[in-house]
Design a protein around this ligand. Sequence first.
Ligand code: A2P
Length: 266
Amino acid sequence: AKQTETAFPIPANVFAETVTQVRHYTDSLFMFRMTRPASFRFRTGEFAMIGLPNAEKPVFRAYSIASPAWDEELEFFSIKVPGGPLTEHLQKIKVGDTVLMRKKPTGTLVLDALIPGKRLYLFSTGTGIAPFAGIVRDPETYEKFEEVILTHTCRTREELTYGRDLVEATRTDEILSEVVGDKLRYFGSATRDGETRGERITTLIENGKLFDELGVPRLDPATDRAMICGSMAMLKDTAALLEANRLEEGANSKPATYVVERAFVD
Ligand code: A2P
């Protein structure tokens, strides 16, 4: 058993884990890693409820697990919401601190919710990239798909750093690189970065630039599968475009050609 000293008792249905790494990317984005309980099982792409041991009844928020199911640790990518009941405190965590996690993970952004296909699109905005950070590091993804296209759209270029680093690390990882090969493609865009302002993913799908720049055919339900994670508005607009291209929303109980999950905010 781990030794954790907390001011309040740890509830029975939660794990108390130790922070092993923290990295801040911008004023509003940071990632942290923590120990993984030996008995904690999850499917890559799922989310868990995270809290801090700073109150009798801790505030819990949904966080996508950004590490793949094989990882010895658990990684999370978080926004810092000013005055947010959890993130206000969570953004101050340091290595060695305790983070709480409810024991049951869940979620729809899992490979099992998609029927077999050739090409997998992972459409994300902001912290919506988190579940895909697990998916792109899971060898099963490359066993199931010939090509994996990760798109990440943020307001500024700086906010793309986590995803860029992730892709670079995945491609160069000694073990992963063998299964990933050149199957992993990355498409980042920043929509509010002055002169170099790029376009929303929805616009890039509509005007075809996404496909032209990647050198891939237009969306086709016979070959293409997709996962979407971002704000409510982004999910709605992106899903509508996929539906217009005859993709259909799936779920754990009924696999289909695309799945959706909201990027969680405080
Ligand atoms: P934009 O700068 O044009 O609003 P947010 O922080 O508001 O969630 O936005 C994160 C990124 O997602 C931004 O680049 C934003 O573009 C983009 N975005 C916001 N709403 C949508 C939407 N409905 N469809 C596609 N992209 C969106």
